[in-house]
Design a protein around this ligand. Structure first.
Ligand SMILES: [Fe+2]
Length: 332
């Protein structure tokens, strides 16, 4: 009775793309991961956030210093994979050269992005359980140095999702410039500075020290305003941004779908977003399916259906809203 098997996939069985990279190594977590812990953590309150964001995040950890994710061998193979994915780069109003959806084109990249070893490690750093993002294009987004020396890789912005890390695929020590940096302040403070056309005070810009390829900075990307500088001399710079969802379903989802459709084809972003909402919905229903609350009050039992409906309503209302946004950023 296979129709009664519920077997949910963390990554979809189908792909929007036919083309794959040619030389795709096999990802082996035992050899390719080298998980270390960051020395420093910065909190949301240290950035200046307060009661106005209560209930939107299950953790106060905002950003970390750099820590290692890939071993030397893992980093070498990742570079090989990402160099092949350069053939699939696109650009948008914020980023001159990026590859999105590479997880559909490389099994190495997909298995790395979905690694539960990595997710568990990051969960312990963020002090809340994380799951690899349900949208394929929010996994292992890749940024490449723009063709013009000096042009910034990405403008000041905050992310379309809740948690991600920025990992250097290339060696930051072998190039001039190309720094990843973040703003010591809130989104509103950055907005005010941007509108006043004031230069950013240097003491409010943090440039984390990145020891080498395979090292990353983990952050709540929707609250930490950040940027990637351009190279000041010719060179290779590739970074990888992998996205995560909070497993804690009591935290409302944040997916800036109207921004995503400015980077990805609308039908593709819609399909992935619906998948993401469906996964959240099912997570709410899982206990009702597997462990019905026989002894619970009717109200407690009904809450599971309300929770699932809340997920659907939030997703549907975002999809039905036909307003159009511009790509948000705070310039260079
Ligand atoms: Fe970002």
């Amino acid at each position: 009775m296979s129709q009664f098997d519920i077997n949910l996939q963390r990554f979809p069985k189908s792909s929007p793309f036919g083309e794959h990279i040619e030389d795709d190594p096999v990802f082996d977590p035992a050899r390719h991961l080298e998980l270390t812990r960051p020395e420093n953590l910065l909190t949301l309150s240290e950035l200046g956030y307060g009661a106005e964001i209560d209930g939107t995040s299950p953790t106060d950890v905002a950003a970390t210093s750099a820590f290692r994710i890939l071993s030397d061998e893992g980093a070498e193979l990742m570079l090989h994979v990402c160099q092949q994915l350069e053939a699939f780069t696109t650009s948008n109003a914020r980023i001159a050269k990026n590859c999105r959806g590479g997880t559909y084109r490389s099994k190495f990249l997909r298995d790395f992005s979905l690694s539960l070893d990595v997710a568990e490690h990051l969960s312990s750093i963020m002090k809340t359980p994380l799951l690899p993002h349900g949208m394929g294009h929010q996994l292992s987004h890749l940024n490449y140095a723009p063709p013009e020396v000096g042009e910034d890789v990405d403008k000041w912005h905050y992310d379309t999702l809740q948690v991600d890390y920025v990992m250097f695929v290339t060696d930051p020590k072998k190039v001039v410039g190309g720094e990843f940096q973040y703003f010591l302040g809130t989104r509103d403070e950055m907005q005010a500075l941007y509108e006043s056309k004031q230069p950013l005070p240097a003491e409010r810009v943090v440039v984390p020290e990145i020891p080498g390829p395979g090292f990353a900075v983990l952050m709540q990307g929707n609250y930490v305003v950040h940027q990637a500088k351009g190279l000041r001399d010719k060179g290779e710079r590739i970074t990888l941004v992998n996205g995560y969802n909070y497993a804690d379903q009591s935290t409302p989802d944040y997916t800036a779908l109207k921004q995503l459709v400015l980077a990805d084809p609308e039908n593709l972003a819609t399909a992935e977003y619906i998948r993401h909402i469906a996964l959240r919905c099912v997570s709410n229903l899982e206990t009702a399916i597997n462990e019905p609350g026989y002894k619970n009050d009717k109200a407690v039992q009904l809450q599971k259906l309300y929770d699932a409906r809340r997920e659907l309503d939030a997703g549907i209302s975002q999809l039905e809203d036909s307003s159009v946004e511009e790509m948000k950023h705070f310039g260079n």
